[in-house]
Design a protein around this ligand. Structure first.
Ligand SMILES: Cc1ncc(C[n+]2csc(CCOP(=O)(O)OP(=O)(O)O)c2C)c(N)n1
Ligand SMILES: [Mg+2]
Length: 565
């Protein structure tokens, strides 16, 4: 930490602040707008990963925020660099992930002239961030960066954007570093726990739903102890399956897209719902159909770190303004009620979950994604990470892969295509000893697939499975349901993905039969290179339980004949 005596450039002050706040990894695409900040990385112990696209850099930073609970950091240039980064910023906002994006800006004396690549960042990012600001005076960098760390992590975490005028970064100032930021805990009050205790003692059919951010391994373990002691069924919400061990006897399953109908029925029948960390947004709430708005038909106990989220959609019976970390730490002190009439229910729900996820369904074609997920779950160490973006292929992960360890599902609740590849790279950088598998769709992969070059450049051996059905399959599915037989813009012609991998300097393999997957995977591991396994899946296999033709025919039958809409 430096004192006030030293003159430093804005760029140097800035990078020193990152080190002070404990940042180890930064992601960027360079730009002339922030050369002085780039230069400061030359002599400092903060690893800088140069990416091929700002969406990749921003998603890597978001994934670091998701995995560590501390702000992920990226640097992008002004104008197009900033707008390219917006997908990652939007993910951080929807997924409640702490993140700070530093963006170049035109020189202070040119602002407002629509100068080269100038953007009004407050206007552009105002609605998808927690805070957007611009630093005009290098001596205020420690103050503003410190505030950004607090802002990104407190309450409901989210992204912060800080614009850096080019000339400000080269100006010198004598200013002390800020003290390191300390994440702030948000605790449940003693009265909250007493009230929850009382509600549980009169409940007949309670259920616990987990989601959101601000969790930790300890919190997840405390939640498992609590569930066990109270014999409570626990479901995880969309893409937060890593919050609870899938093989724990209280695990009731994944409440996301296309959940187990038995789980859905049980959530609907619950007389007490304990929602911890999540918001019951569109996906887990099944398009806002599970609970009445604003007054749910069931007793809802909503635990959330952001006070502004409590009562914002659902009026809770009991609102507890606490982070999952702090709330779960308080659970050990709760006394079990005399009666727990839901005990058998919990057993049945777990048995239903196991049955639902046990065996891959049969689907058309020679490569069955379900069987591949079952193979991965049976063969990967449970500490392995799975990343993905958006598309119907992810449905097989949600249904058949069983997440057993905290933090191992790295996926966008915002449903942003292209997330999996950059997220896998960031995950592997942070966890070099663990296996990191990205499961991507063919459409999904090519949204950020250029950052495979980054994996090769830094020798980051992620294993990417590309499920190639020649379709923007999700949209084709909706198309066949809503406009049967009228195909528009959903067929895609793909490259040879194995050759793509090899052209970049990685390992590539083509798999055309499920039985060949395990040897391709073993080979990918053995090469120690970033790898792509190209899976040829049948376009008819659109979900684990439906075919495209089946969806079209059902839709046509419902309309009383072809061509009518
Ligand atoms: C960035 C982004 N663009 C568009 C969409 C809309 N969208 C959702 S899924 C999907 C198709 C995904 O195709 P693919 O990755 O091939 O997976 P599949 O559904 O075929 O398994 C599209 C275009 C999105 N979710 N995110
Ligand atoms: Mg596809």
């Amino acid at each position: 930490m430096r004192g006030k005596g030293n003159m430093r450039t804005g760029g140097e002050i800035l990078v020193d602040q990152l080190a002070v706040h404990g940042v180890r990894h930064v992601f960027c695409v360079p730009g002339e707008s922030y050369l002085a900040a780039l230069d400061a990385f030359h002599d400092r112990h903060v690893a800088l990963t140069v990416c091929r696209h700002e969406s990749g850099a921003a998603i890597m930073a978001e994934a670091v925020g998701k995995l560590t609970g501390r702000p992920g950091i990226c640097f992008v240039t002004r104008g197009p660099g900033a707008t390219n980064a917006s997908a990652g910023i939007h993910i951080a906002q929807q997924d409640s992930t702490p993140m700070i994006v530093f963006v170049g800006q035109v020189a202070r004396n040119m602002r407002g002239r629509d100068a080269f690549q100038e953007l009004d960042y407050r206007a552009v990012f105002g609605s998808m961030t927690k805070w957007v600001t611009e630093i005009d005076d290098p001596s205020r960098i420690p103050e503003i960066v410190s505030r950004a760390f607090y802002m990104a992590t407190n309450g409901r975490p989210g992204p912060v954007v800080i614009a850096l005028p080019e000339d400000m970064l080269v100006e010198q100032a004598a200013v002390s570093d800020a003290p390191p930021f300390g994440p702030m805990e948000t605790w449940a009050g003693p009265n909250d726990i007493t009230q929850l205790q009382a509600l549980l003692s009169t409940a007949k059919q309670p259920i616990v739903l987990l989601g959101g951010s601000r969790w930790s391994q300890e919190a997840s373990a405390a939640m498992m102890r609590f569930a066990e002691k109270f014999a409570l069924p626990v479901a995880t919400t969309f893409r937060r399956a890593h919050l609870f061990d899938a093989l724990h006897p209280c695990y009731a399953g994944d409440l996301g897209i296309g959940p187990n109908p038995k789980l859905l029925a049980r959530v609907k029948a619950a007389d007490l719902v304990l929602l911890v960390g999540g918001r019951m947004s569109e996906m887990p709430s099944q398009s806002y159909t599970l609970f009445d708005i604003p007054g749910p038909q069931t007793k809802l106990v909503h635990v959330h770190p952001g006070a502004e989220e409590l009562g914002s959609v659902y009026r809770p019976h009991l609102a507890i303004n606490a982070a999952p970390t702090a709330f779960c730490a308080a659970l050990d002190q709760m006394q079990t009620p005399k009666e727990m009439p839901w005990r058998d229910d919990t057993k049945a729900l777990h048995a239903d979950y196991l049955a639902w996820s046990e065996k891959a369904t049969s689907v058309p074609g020679n490569v069955n994604l379900g069987e591949i997920m079952v193979w991965l779950r049976d063969n990967l160490p449970p500490e392995s990470f799975i990343t993905n973006g958006a598309g119907n292929f992810a449905g097989w992960i949600h249904r058949f892969y069983r997440f057993r360890c905290f933090g191992t599902q790295v996926a966008p609740t915002s449903g942003s295509m292209g997330y999996g590849v950059p997220a896998a790279i960031a995950t592997k950088i942070l966890n070099p000893e663990q296996t990191v598998v990205c499961v991507a769709g063919d459409g999904d992969f090519l949204m950020t697939g250029q950052d495979f070059a980054t994996a090769v450049q830094y020798n980051i051996p992620v294993i990417i499975l590309v499920a190639d059905n020649g379709l923007f399959g999700t949209i084709r599915m909706h198309q066949e349901r809503e406009y049967p037989g009228r195909i528009v813009a959903t067929a895609i012609r793909n490259p040879d993905f194995a050759a793509y991998a090899m052209a970049f300097g990685g390992y590539g393999a083509l798999v055309e039969r499920t039985a060949d997957f395990s040897s391709a995977f073993a080979q990918a591991v053995a090469t120690g290179k970033p790898s792509i396994i190209h899976l040829k899946v049948d376009p008819e296999a659109i979900t684990p339980s439906a075919t495209l033709t089946g969806i079209r025919e059902k839709s046509l039958a419902g309309r009383g004949g072809a061509g009518k809409h």
